[in-house]
Design a protein around this ligand. Structure first.
Ligand code: 5RP
Length: 218
């Protein structure tokens, strides 16, 4: 199966975690696009969705799915999103699509995070994928120096401004052996908007697309 077919498989499989009549948290990316398409094609009646990006909002609206603002809901039963890397504990690196801040906000509203990914995303230790960090532009150089002190090489993602008007640093060369401690530490550096390690908001379930079918990690 191609990577695209694996994404279709897990996008479809995620439907079993959606309860008709509820509001669903929806992430961002090519795998989530498959989930949105599967949801629309299924004919399942949901109340609507809270979206983590302009990209997903536009796709859902085009397919007739009502989109609520995050501030309109107190909690969500489930949040469905992809990942750039996920470990066996459900900790993730996210932000390849630059939507990490809104993704973390919507994930934080949810009782359950269902991660959908092809099996290439499963790793033993987070850090091979360059870690996205959303930063306030005036702090970019200072934050890059802090990462250098940890052995990381931070590069500005050229030509990208986030949905929040900020910049993205991609940090190579890190081995994130303690995702919770790392997230807590980097999150409090001045100028960091969001670090792309999702440990506090880790996945409760991961649906991995493999050649043998969907493998569920929970
Ligand atoms: C966007 C994300 C995505 O979930 C992540 O990049 C995975 O994307 P894809 O499903 O296209 O591989 O974190 O900010």
């Amino acid at each position: 199966m191609t990577q695209d077919e694996l994404k279709t498989l897990v996008g479809q499989a995620a439907l079993q975690y959606v309860t008709p009549g509820t509001i669903v948290g929806v992430g961002t990316g090519s795998t989530v696009d498959k989930f949105i398409d599967a949801l629309a094609a299924s004919g399942m009646q949901i109340a609507g969705a809270v979206s983590s990006s302009v990209r997903s909002t536009e796709r859902m609206k085009a397919l007739g799915i009502r989109v609520f603002e995050a501030g309109e809901v107190e909690s969500l039963p489930v949040y469905i999103d992809g990942a750039d890397e996920i470990d066996h504990g459900g900790h993730m690196i996210k932000g390849g699509g630059a939507a990490l801040t809104r993704e973390k906000i919507v994930a934080d509203l949810a009782q359950r995070f269902v991660c959908i990914a092809d099996e290439s995303k499963l790793v033993r230790t987070l850090g091979k994928f360059p870690l996205p960090v959303e930063v306030i532009p005036m702090a970019t150089a200072q934050i890059a120096r802090r990462f250098a002190a940890l052995g990381g090489e931070a590069r500005l993602r050229e030509g990208v401004t986030t949905d929040n008007g900020c910049q993205i640093l991609d940090v190579r060369g890190l081995q994130i052996v303690d995702p919770s401690g790392f997230e807590a530490e980097v999150s409090q550096w001045p100028g960091v908007v969001t670090v792309g390690v999702f440990a506090r908001n880790r996945a409760s379930v991961c649906l991995l697309g493999t050649a043998e079918g969907v493998r569920t990690l929970d």
